[in-house]
Design a protein around this ligand. Structure first.
Ligand SMILES: *[C@@H]1O[C@H](CO)[C@@H](O)[C@H](O)[C@H]1NC(C)=O
Ligand SMILES: *[C@@H]1O[C@H](CO)[C@@H](O)[C@H](O)[C@H]1NC(C)=O
Ligand SMILES: *[C@@H]1O[C@H](CO)[C@@H](O)[C@H](O)[C@H]1NC(C)=O
Ligand SMILES: *[C@@H]1O[C@H](CO)[C@@H](O)[C@H](O)[C@H]1NC(C)=O
Length: 278
């Protein structure tokens, strides 16, 4: 192994990159064959580039993550003399205590209660009733998360009868595996959703908000989530790869949201009146 630049530990201390690809089915237009592609393109177009880290094309694995400049430290340099105090290694990620799941079971999320509760808190803000946990949906979500984690992908399953939200996070060191961290990225699409009183369906078809709308969809009653961690690689500026990881979180919903139609969106995606700290 080359020692010219930095040890893996030092690089781990100086470089942490997270890329989130949050994708979703837009069942709203399920009649159109390339709905998913449309939604993905819309997501990319809608998001200002500066708010998202680079999103490498999903079709060309392995992922090559561009290193992000650390706001706190200059990048490692071969000619650099020893700094006054060497960078400390990243704090070991101590395993969190076993979460309280209530009586909920099913799927691979270890934080079942948390991933359910955060979704229900957000739904309440939009006047939607709480979801109940489905171990069957958790099982199907887990299966798809495992499928996508093999290549750290964020693709959609072929399951067209249920709602599906997919979250992918690449990071070095490998990400923690909590499922609940997927929910706010889905919800944050709300900033692009137009609560139009007449044509909310038409106006939001290409707004890249279908994960937000599925999340708060009033008529949805059950959810189940699963996750899987895969291996990815972190490309160190022209030198070499370091091992990294990806977390894929999937939630499946029934009845599915994003049912096409203006009335459907008017009835199922209600505005929140103000900011509500969670
Ligand atoms: C919650 O569920 C997960 C996954 O089934 C399990 O690993 C964890 O130990 C459970 N927590 C408790 C407190 O039983
Ligand atoms: C993932 O699912 C797709 C579609 O069902 C299937 O073709 C593919 O073989 C699966 N891949 C893995 C690694 O399970
Ligand atoms: C709500 O879901 C049920 C299925 O449980 C479906 O029959 C009904 O059409 C849905 N209503 C709306 C407004 O989406
Ligand atoms: C409520 O609406 C505001 C915008 O009016 C938004 O910024 C906020 O994230 C929404 N949700 C919550 C949970 O506060």
């Amino acid at each position: 192994m080359s020692r010219r630049f930095a040890t893996p530990a030092a690089l781990a201390a100086t470089l942490v990159v997270v890329v989130v690809l949050a994708l979703s089915h837009h069942q709203a237009a399920a009649q159109e064959t390339d709905v998913v592609t449309t939604t993905r393109v819309a997501n990319r177009q809608r998001r200002p580039p500066k708010t998202k880290a680079a999103q490498p094309p999903r079709s060309s694995p392995p992922k090559q993550l561009s290193p992000a400049p650390s706001p706190r430290r200059s990048p490692p340099s071969p000619s650099r003399v020893s700094p006054p105090s060497p960078p400390s290694p990243p704090p070991p990620r101590s395993p969190p205590p076993p979460p309280n799941n209530g009586s909920l079971v099913g799927g691979s999320c270890r934080d079942i209660k948390a991933v359910l509760d955060v979704q229900n808190k957000l739904r309440a803000v939009h006047k939607s009733p709480p979801l109940t946990w489905s171990s069957a949906l958790a099982a199907s979500a887990t299966a798809w998360a495992k499928n996508q984690s093999v290549k750290c992908g964020g693709g959609k399953s072929q399951l067209t009868k249920l709602g599906e939200n997919v979250f992918v996070m690449h990071s070095m060191p490998r990400p923690s595996s909590e499922c609940a961290q997927a929910v706010m990225p889905w919800y944050s699409e709300n900033q692009f959703y137009k609560f139009d009183p007449v044509k909310p369906f038409t106006l939001n078809l290409n707004s890249g908000t279908s994960q937000f709308t599925q999340l708060v969809w009033k008529n949805t009653t059950t959810v189940g989530c699963g996750m899987a961690v895969g291996d990815s690689k972190y490309w160190v500026s022209g030198t070499r790869y370091l091992p990294a990881g990806c977390l894929v979180v999937v939630c499946h919903y029934l009845p599915m949201g994003n049912v096409a139609g203006e009335g459907s969106f008017l009835a199922n995606v209600l505005p929140n009146t103000s900011y509500v700290p969670l």
